[in-house]
Design a protein around this ligand. Structure first.
Ligand SMILES: Cc1ncc(COP(=O)(O)O)c(C=O)c1O
Length: 420
């Protein structure tokens, strides 16, 4: 039996930890997200090895998948977190994580959020502008509590990824202009209740050309070395996330290349390093199971209409993202060219366009692969659709980890008022 990941048995049926995925669909219904804790653990351990030559800490980027069961599993494995809202903070605490392992990133932290984070003594704030610094200073002086502050640098690097997930170019809202970082970092030392703890960079997500990481990290290190040489303390460098994963062929990310870059630049330095992986820890550990509602044929096209839609998985619509789609049972049959679409009334509601996939019958189950990251977390109830159930497989057993709202629940949260 495979200890991690989704695999096919001798009858070509999709399985996870010895369980038939079709049995899970029968038990819970569709659409259904299934997560394999075995692969999460394997990925976390590989990442630990990746940073073994340096003083590294892993802070899972909660935005990739904020399910309590996912966050608590990474917490149990020893991981910290990178968060971008107080909602994510609350989830980490509910998952049993110490605030001392939490980094607060993001361009739009509200003062009320800063206050909660400060009172709970989080590890550090990664701040993204001079203006944000002023707000943090205001809150920390009011509370007379010291904020650990790290400056996120915008290195103006375009890492050749989708424009909506490229975060290190100067036109984006992220980070502080490289040229201004040195002087702002020095000024931090003049402020009471502000404790400068280092510099951060995150140039984007789904990055395959690791030279971009090398360039961004080298720039960050040079900046830090300059400050250290002028007598300033720069204990931490936060290197963000962004390692690309293979949506098309289920191949593991290139952790060994990443390891060599990190080792080259940082072995034998004094910097403590923070890593913020999201996608590379969780994306491949998830699949979305969907059922074929019907096959539709027009003069020009084939459509497979399924019961998962853009309210469950918006990545194809938002990022032109590719996800493999496979029948859950026997796969060796003829293929057709087709769109795979959901029931939502938007032309943009699709899982795949012009895709060659196996012919499928109505009511048949399909697996949409690699949907552990940035998938269910972006769910909505558009078209008054309840979202999907979620389960995790842990030590060969399935556990329901998220019961979605029913249509009745959705209606109960709203109000009809009298218009007379
Ligand atoms: C600041 C920060 N750190 C880490 C991540 C995680 O990136 P990824 O999921 O590509 O590893 C993100 C996501 O965009 C981010 O904005």
């Amino acid at each position: 039996m495979h200890s991690s990941g989704f695999y096919r048995n001798n009858n070509e049926e999709l399985c996870v930890q010895g369980i038939l995925v079709s049995d899970l669909a029968k038990k819970y219904g569709t659409p259904l997200f299934v997560y394999d804790s075995g692969l999460m653990k394997e990925r976390y351990n590989v990442f630990l090895d990746t940073v073994a030559n340096v003083k590294g800490n892993i802070h899972y980027a909660v935005k990739a998948n904020d399910s309590l069961a996912i966050v608590s599993y990474f917490t149990k494995l020893g991981c910290g977190a990178d968060i971008v809202s107080i909602g994510e903070f609350e989830k980490c605490i509910a998952a049993g994580m110490s605030p001392q392992k939490i980094i607060f990133s993001g361009v739009g932290k509200k003062n009320s959020e800063i206050e909660v984070a400060l009172k709970n003594k989080i590890l550090q704030f990664n701040i993204e502008s001079q203006e944000e610094l002023e707000d943090i200073y205001k809150v920390s002086s009011k509370l007379k509590m010291t904020a650990n502050v790290c400056l996120r640098v915008n290195p103006n690097i375009a890492p050749n990824t989708h424009k909506k997930i490229s975060t290190g170019e100067k036109e984006t809202k992220f980070g502080i202009d490289f040229k201004n970082v040195n002087s702002i970092y020095k000024k931090l030392h003049e402020l009471d209740y502000i404790n400068p703890v280092g510099l951060a960079v995150h140039i984007g997500s789904q990055i395959f050309d690791f030279n971009f990481f090398y360039q961004a990290y080298l720039n960050l290190k040079n900046l830090a070395d300059e400050l250290v040489n002028s007598g300033y303390n720069v204990p931490t460098l936060d290197l963000g996330g962004g390692i690309g994963i293979h949506y098309d062929n289920n191949k593991a990310p290139n952790f060994s290349k990443y390891k060599s870059i990190i080792s080259d630049l940082f072995t034998n330095t004094d910097y403590k390093l923070n890593f913020e992986p999201g996608r590379s820890l969780i994306a491949e550990a998830g699949i979305l199971i969907t059922k074929v509602i019907r096959n539709k044929k027009t003069k020009d096209k084939n459509f497979i209409i399924v019961d998962a839609a853009m309210n469950n998985l918006i990545r194809p619509t938002l990022y032109e993202a590719f996800h493999n789609i496979e029948p859950i049972n026997k796969t060796n049959r003829s293929k057709i060219l087709t769109d795979v679409v959901g029931p939502i009334c938007e032309t943009g509601d699709y899982i795949a366009l012009d895709r060659k996939i196996n012919k499928v019958e109505n009511d048949e189950l399909l697996a949409i692969r690699t949907t552990g990251a940035y998938s269910s977390v972006m769910r909505s109830n558009y078209n008054t659709r309840p979202d999907a159930k979620e389960i995790i497989i842990y030590e060969n057993k399935d556990y329901l980890i998220r019961e979605p709202e029913t249509i009745r629940d959705l209606i109960l949260k709203e109000k009809v008022i009298k218009y007379d």
